[in-house]
Design a binder for this molecule. Structure first.
Ligand SMILES: [Cu+2]
Length: 149
């Protein structure tokens, strides 16, 4: 009886689990920049719904010439950006992309990014999944002071 019940529960749950993507993109946004500024960044939280680690390995967007995965490091008291090949998300874990930390760098903007606009970015993950994410452009003051050192 118990085995039968377990089998039934698995039969009901498994199709739902397979239909969802492994990584949830939570509260994504891009930094609004003044006209003429050539670079900006995208931030979000990445939530891994699977038990195995997954990495964000690439991102693409039509709004910039190049899109890179970046992090910040402290170098003798100065915040510097550095390109990384992947941003890891632990199994059942969450990774924050935020000002002063990991971010998706937009290099060579093809358009101005004004507050209230929406842009689109494609995220590529190490498990072969790809997510198309629509995100708002917001004013972000945090991290700007550190950047201007
Ligand atoms: Cu950067």
């Amino acid at each position: 009886m118990k085995k039968w019940l377990t089998a039934l529960i698995f039969a009901l749950i498994t199709p739902l689990a397979m239909a969802a993507t492994s990584v949830d993109v939570v509260q994504p946004y891009a930094r609004a920049v003044p006209p003429g500024q050539t670079n900006s960044a995208i931030f979000m939280r990445l939530k891994n719904n699977s038990a195995v680690p997954i990495s964000l390995i690439n991102a693409k967007s039509g709004v910039a010439e190049a899109v890179e995965l970046h992090t910040h490091t402290m170098d003798q008291g100065v915040m510097k950006m550095r390109q990384v090949s992947e941003i890891k998300i632990a199994g059942n874990g969450m990774t924050h992309l935020k000002p002063g930390g990991y971010h998706i760098m937009l290099i060579g903007l093809r358009q101005n990014l004004f507050e209230g606009q929406k842009i689109s970015v494609k995220l590529y993950f190490s498990n072969g999944e790809m997510s198309v994410v629509e995100l708002p452009v917001k004013k972000v003051m945090v991290g700007m002071k550190k950047m201007s050192h």
